[in-house]
Every structure is written in structure tokens, then in C-alpha cells.
Design a protein around this ligand. Structure first.
Ligand SMILES: NC(=O)c1ccc[n+]([C@@H]2O[C@H](COP(=O)([O-])OP(=O)(O)OC[C@H]3O[C@@H](n4cnc5c(N)ncnc54)[C@H](OP(=O)(O)O)[C@@H]3O)[C@@H](O)[C@H]2O)c1
Length: 339
């Protein structure tokens, strides 16, 4: 399996570490020989060699804050030129998420699909805005378009829905889709005010300096849209759903809810209403007996309501270098390995 990396930041490097660490395991258990033939990155530069680039060397350079293009096999040109020049079996799209335009990631994915490459991506933009166009193209080219990392990172929610729960009908999928807000709400329950809890989340690297995407619910909204499009087969955009964040929740409201056996969670959900698919993001008071109520800190969790098993809940990390890198490893094995 010849791989082309686009974006060699946090997640790209997490995947590279896993590929090096698990090289033998993939060979033994999945009959999968993986070779990275290209890496494209904005500031770190790019590499291409059809016989394989120096992945360990690239990782060392990237970690040292140096250019990977100082290594042999430097490639001159932008991401689209690299895709055009590269012969690979799968492209790993891990550039930044732009939820308003889904670019440049959509153009990268389209170009790689046109060349007959399988895709794995952790980039929410193309899934929230252009899923059906890209899936149709992938089907025409008879390649896989996989995106496990776009919703709750490497915790295998999408695989669970698509593969493991195959044959089930889903009435609703609802959960804690954003770890930062869950961390803030958990800290507020411990007695911190909203500003203090946000500051702590920023110090720990959970929240950005401008935290709007998390605290106003936009990140969860992108994931709700992805679930609606991919699992429920809808053709929706983020604007089709209502979205409210956690900025109006007070420590007093959290305390008062707790006295009634309830806990506030920022809940993203998608459900069927007749033929329509509905979705929303909003703080909800969850009964303490529900599995989602016990999820504290930056952890994510999702409950899938099925016609076959009733409720199935999956809990796990929603972000992280190796955790999200692992989402791409799952997809690589699904695309090319024996299972
Ligand atoms: N981090 C997580 O835990 C996590 C979890 C779930 C999903 N995701 C998603 O996964 C993707 C990657 O996340 P990340 O945390 O790895 O982000 P990151 O550290 O910012 O890495 C993104 C990389 O993409 C490169 N890049 C940007 N535009 C490019 C272009 N046009 N051509 C080539 N390279 C380009 C950047 O290059 P320079 O820095 O050199 O400019 C950077 O190295 C994002 O879409 C993110 O939303 C991340």
C-alpha cells in the first residue's frame, strides 16, 4: 500500500509514528506492507520518491521544527502538483479544517480520487459540505472514501455504525461530540466559573485562544452534519441545523440541575422524523442514570439508538496526536489489509 500524506502536522505525525511502530504487526496480522511515497506540507516542504521516502527522517525533522524538504527526495510544488505527480494507492488528507469552504481539502481529495487513490481524512470540512459529491466520485473510481477521524477521532464510531451494526436501523445518534466543552462543564460542576474553566482548558491546550468553534457549538455542529450525511444518508449542510453552545450556562444552573439528578452536557444529535433527518446541537440536562451523564473531562461518548440492540454507547478520546492518527490507520487497514 503506497501512501501519500497531505499535511504533516499533529495528526500526520501521529499516524507516521504508528506506521513505524506497527510495521511488523501490519505485515503479520493484516498482510499489509505500507510504504510512504510522498509527504506534502505547507511550511515543512514536500518529499516524493516512488520507492519510498525516509519517514523516520521526516518525523525527526518535523519534531525538530526543521524542513522535511532538507532530506533527499525533496519535491518542488504545491499539494495539487504533488498529487498529480504521485503514484500512490491511498491519500491521507490531514490539512487544516475550514468549515466555511472545505478547502483546500476538498480539492486535494477530488484530485486524488480522480487519480484512483483511496482516501482517508480527519478533515471535517469536505465531509460536512461535499460528502455526496466525493462519495459518488469514489464509487465511480471504485476506491474507498474513508473518514473515521472526522467524528470523535480514532474512537471507532463511524466504523461501528457502518460495519459492526450493519443491518440495524438507527433512530437517533446523540452524544458528547466536543471534549473541550465537556471539560469546561465538568470543571464548572467542581465549582469554577465559566471564565476560569475556559482559561484552564486553554492552559491545557484543549481550547484555542479564540474558543468560539468549541464553546459556541460549531465543532459539534460539523460532526452532527457529518453523521447526518454519512450514517443517515441525508444531504445536509451545517446551516440546516440549530446550534447553541455552552456560553449561557452558569455554575448555578449546573448546581441546580444536579440537585434534581440531572447533569448539563453539550449534546449533538441526529434523528429520524418520518422521512426527514433532523439534527441539533444544544446543552441538555441528561438524567444521571444515562451513560452520557457519567462522561467527564475531555472524553467523548455517543449513544446510538438501534432497532436491533436498543441503545449502544461508545466512549473514548475525541482528539489527540496518536488517537486521531489511529483513525487513519483503521482506514488504511480497511482499504488494503486483511482483517
Ligand atoms: N488534532 C486532533 O486531535 C484532531 C482530531 C480530529 C480531527 N482533526 C483534524 O485533522 C486535521 C489535521 O489536524 P492537525 O491537528 O494535525 O492540524 P495541524 O497540526 O495544524 O496540521 C495541519 C498540517 O497541514 C499542513 N497544511 C495546511 N495547508 C496545507 C496545504 N495547502 N498543503 C499541504 N499542507 C498543508 C500544515 O502545514 P504548516 O503547518 O507547515 O503550514 C500542517 O502541517 C485537521 O483537519 C483537524 O481538524 C484533528
Amino acid at each position: 500500500m503506497r501512501l501519500l500524506f497531505l499535511g504533516f502536522g499533529t495528526v500526520g505525525q501521529g499516524l507516521a509514528e504508528l506506521l513505524i511502530e506497527k510495521e511488523q504487526k501490519l505485515r503479520d496480522e493484516n498482510d499489509l506492507e505500507v510504504k510512504v511515497v510522498g509527504i506534502g506540507d505547507m511550511l515543512k516542504g514536500s518529499l516524493y520518491n516512488p520507492n519510498g521516502v525516509d519517514l523516520k527522517g521526516a518525523l525527526e525533522k518535523a519534531k525538530a521544527g526543521e524542513k522535511i524538504s532538507d532530506l533527499p527526495d525533496a519535491f518542488e510544488g504545491d499539494a495539487l502538483e504533488l498529487i498529480k505527480a504521485t503514484e500512490a494507492d491511498m491519500m491521507i488528507e490531514m490539512t487544516y479544517t475550514d468549515i466555511k469552504t472545505a478547502e483546500p481539502a476538498t480539492s486535494h481529495i477530488r484530485a486524488a480520487l480522480e487519480k484512483g487513490m483511496h482516501i482517508t481524512t480527519s478533515n471535517k470540512g469536505p465531509l460536512a459540505l461535499n460528502f455526496h459529491e466525493l462519495k459518488k466520485l469514489a464509487d465511480e473510481k471504485k476506491v474507498k472514501f474513508l473518514y473515521e477521524g472526522t467524528v470523535i477521532s480514532g474512537t471507532p464510531l463511524l466504523n461501528l455504525a457502518r460495519e459492526t451494526l450493519a443491518g440495524s436501523d438507527f433512530k437517533e445518534i446523540k452524544g458528547i461530540l466536543n471534549g473541550t466543552t465537556n471539560y469546561i462543564l465538568s470543571k464548572m460542576e467542581e465549582g469554577l466559573g465559566y471564565d476560569e474553566a475556559l482559561k484552564k482548558a486553554q492552559e491545557l491546550g484543549y481550547a484555542e485562544a479564540v474558543p468560539d468553534a468549541d464553546v459556541l457549538g460549531w465543532d459539534a455542529l460539523a460532526k452532527v452534519t457529518i453523521l447526518a450525511n454519512t450514517v443517515f444518508g441525508a444531504d445536509c449542510k451545517p446551516d440546516d441545523f440549530s446550534c447553541k453552545g455552552i456560553t449561557e450556562i452558569t455554575a448555578e444552573a449546573i448546581k441546580e440541575a444536579k440537585s434534581r439528578g440531572k447533569r448539563f452536557k453539550l449534546i449533538g444529535k441526529v434523528w429520524r422524523d418520518g422521512d426527514a433527518v433532523k439534527g441539533s446541537v444544544a446543552p441538555e440536562e441528561i438524567d444521571m442514570t444515562h451513560p452520557l451523564a457519567g462522561i467527564m473531562g475531555a472524553t467523548n461518548a455517543v449513544t446510538i439508538s438501534t432497532d436491533t440492540l436498543g441503545d449502544v454507547t461508545i466512549v473514548g478520546p475525541g482528539a489527540g496526536r496518536v488517537e486521531t492518527g489511529y483513525s487513519a490507520l483503521i482506514d488504511i487497514i480497511n482499504a488494503g489489509g486483511k482483517r
